[in-house]
Write a protein that binds this ligand. Structure first.
Ligand code: GAR
Length: 209
């Protein structure tokens, strides 16, 4: 199944993030310097104090906090997010350090149009603190993964992975920093392949043209 059907317009990206937003910055920089033919159309955070919102505003990108607290249900919360994404004509949703599990409300609104970056070589070390889990387990290599989002937690079809060595004197911070450099590189690359309509999903496998 080809995953992009709007080849005719510039791809509009909606970014969902909960924290500092360095992956947003990497995508943004690539759209601004011409490496990525796409536009970040909107940034949404579940945390009104997240630095990612500040970064968006500094770049004149519409930025919204949509908080779960105060909404009658998670469904209502996600419906609000979907409304904002649609309002900005988003064709691809990029989760970039978005620390909540996505429900069918968002998945059905953006089928095969939502991707995530995770700081491990999936399917190892799903969920929170993936870099700490890798250190504790004692693996010699970890890395990062960009994948399509499905109903599971960090389980969707894998688009790109990068391998990063784990060093003897690594702490969670040093390993995270080494992985983050690769995240920025592969996230841009995955969005580029998506924007160019080059990705096809067959079962669990993703093929490039
Ligand atoms: C990144 O390391 C990303 O892979 C991770 O959060 C960090 C966000 O950094 N995401 C997850 O752990 C999702 N389960 P950023 O806000 O600087 O982009």
């Amino acid at each position: 199944m080809e995953v992009r059907d709007n080849h005719w317009g510039l791809l509009k990206i909606g970014v969902l993030a909960s924290g500092r937003g360095s992956n947003l910055q990497a995508i943004l920089d690539a759209t601004l310097d011409g490496r990525l033919e796409a536009e970040v159309a909107v940034v949404i955070s579940d945390n009104p104090n997240a630095y990612v919102l500040e970064r968006a505003r500094m770049n004149n990108i519409p930025a919204f906090a949509v908080e779960l607290g105060g909404k009658p249900s998670k469904q209502a919360y996600e419906e609000e997010i979907v409304r904002v994404l649609r309002e900005h004509e988003v064709g691809l949703v990029c989760l970039a350090g978005y620390m909540r599990i996505v429900t069918p409300v968002m998945l059905k609104a953006f089928p095969n149009r939502m991707i995530n970056i995770h700081p491990s070589l999936l399917p190892s070390f799903q969920g929170l603190h993936a870099q700490g889990q890798a250190l504790e387990y004692g693996v010699r290599f970890s890395g990062c993964t960009v994948h399509f989002v499905d109903e599971g937690v960090d389980t969707g079809p894998i688009i790109i992975q990068a391998v990063v060595p784990v060093l003897q004197d690594d702490t969670e911070d040093t390993l995270s920093a080494r992985i983050l450099e690769q995240e920025h590189r592969i996230y841009v690359e995955a969005v580029r392949l998506y924007a160019q309509g080059k990705l096809t999903i067959k079962g669990r496998r993703v093929f490039y043209e």
